[in-house]
Design a protein around this ligand. Structure first.
Ligand code: C5P
Length: 400
């Protein structure tokens, strides 16, 4: 049976250039078995005509709030009640602003107020508009009210700029909808994760650190949360804001990270070490800033505790997943690490190249487990996180 059989989806299309992709999305949703009705804002009709969606969906497209003929066919309250999910794709900055302010000044915003069903947004706009504090404030208000936000993606934009703001591709949106309707792959599962780098202080102004941005770990935490898991994320210093719905704890050093992990690990079903924990820390911390008096300055380093190995070596370890960032012989070293640390699974990636790895927005991974292997090719970290979360869920269930 197709994944979305009997699901009623109200597809809201607002006025962004990504509106043309919504026609493909409509087809994808229908192919998956969904019954789809389309509501378009006035601005959306400047990009794609209602006739396109009417021809594809086989149903009249709703555009007006105060049109007696449209209201007679299915009034706005009936539409709001009919939908199992309202999916606004693309969702423009203006639509988000109107929805966040509780406006009901066109059919789509009115339906959003009138529906008791979940509402998901697939934002699409220029990256500067996305980063604008007003948009971010609106997003926060909407997600706090329970709106789901799928995307945006990062990359080249229609306006010629590059950055976050692209609507996520129709096939990814379809996956989001499918996941949404069959949640719970990780329902009731407690996941403890580390992410980011650690900083090992040398003196009050200097530290030993690394290039990890935390992007992969934060994206993975969000994807695991989407699968229903209760996620606790322990992060080193990164410039990312806490993912919604996830219990976050910020630490600085490997020792602090270890203490917080050990506080939480007892109740965890899965432990995922994404953090690039500093392997060494300065033997001694100098209380005052070290002066540059010497031509050669020696820094003595001592090994940090291996948090992941310690968790995996517990008497009753959680399902344990590690990461391996390597510059050469990636798979060989990763498998060795998996075996020596006693991990259930390891995600290996090549670092030090132009594309992928630490500070990049995209990455590729090789997943290794006891008797299996899978390559997840180069894609954005958000997409990669979704796929990885699915594989972790699969392997976790296979073991338990
Ligand atoms: O041995 P290596 O540091 O390359 O292993 C990487 C994996 O081990 C990552 O999953 C990382 O989060 C974890 N790790 C750890 N504690 C350390 C070093 C690495 O948890 N001190």
């Amino acid at each position: 049976m197709p994944s979305l059989t009997n699901k009623k989806i109200l597809l809201g299309v607002t006025g962004g250039i990504a509106a043309y992709k919504s026609a493909v999305l409509l087809r994808a949703l229908q192919s998956a078995g969904a019954d789809v009705r389309v509501v378009m804002t006035q601005a959306a009709q400047a990009f794609v005509t209602p006739l396109t969606f009417q021809a594809l969906s086989g149903h009249a497209v709703y555009t007006e709030l105060l049109d007696p003929t449209q209201e007679a066919a299915m009034d706005h309250i009936s539409l709001a009640r009919w939908a199992d999910l309202v999916l606004v794709a693309p969702a423009t900055a203006d639509f988000m602003a109107r929805a966040a302010s509780g406006h009901a000044n066109d059919l789509l915003t009115t339906i959003c107020l009138a529906t008791a069903s979940p509402i998901a947004l697939a934002p699409a706009m220029n990256q500067q508009m996305w980063f604008n504090q007003a948009t971010q404030d609106n997003l926060r208000r909407l997600t706090q009210r329970g709106y789901y936000c799928w995307g945006p993606d990062e990359g080249a934009q229609a306006c010629g700029e590059t950055g976050p703001g692209r609507m996520i591709e129709p096939e990814m949106l379809l996956q989001q909808v499918e996941t949404f309707f069959c949640p719970g792959e990780l329902d009731g599962v407690n996941i403890l994760m580390t992410a980011g780098s650690t900083r090992e202080p040398i003196d009050p102004v200097r530290f030993v650190g690394n290039r990890s941005s935390g992007k992969m770990g934060f994206a993975l935490a969000a994807s695991l949360h989407d699968l229903g898991a209760a996620v606790t994320l322990i992060s080193g210093p990164v410039s990312l804001s806490n993912p919604i719905g996830i219990l976050c704890s910020r630490v600085e050093t490997a020792d602090e990270m270890r203490s917080v992990v050990l506080e939480h690990v007892e109740n965890s079903d899965i432990f995922i070490g994404v953090a690039a924990v500093a392997d060494y820390r300065p033997r001694k911390y100098t209380g005052e800033k070290i002066k540059k008096n010497n031509e050669i300055q020696t820094l003595e380093l001592v090994r940090n505790p291996d948090i992941l190995a310690e968790v995996a070596a517990r008497e009753k370890p959680p399902f344990t997943v590690g990461f391996a960032a390597e510059t050469e012989q990636v798979e060989h070293y990763a498998e060795e690490k998996r075996r020596i640390k006693g991990l259930d699974m390891i995600a290996a990636n090549q670092v030090g190249m132009d594309e992928g790895g630490f500070e990049s927005d995209s990455n590729a991974l090789v997943l290794l487990w006891q008797d299996g292997r899978e390559v997840l090719p180069m894609m954005t970290k958000t997409q990669l996180a979704q796929q990885l979360a699915g594989r972790i869920a699969e392997r976790y269930h296979a073991r338990t």
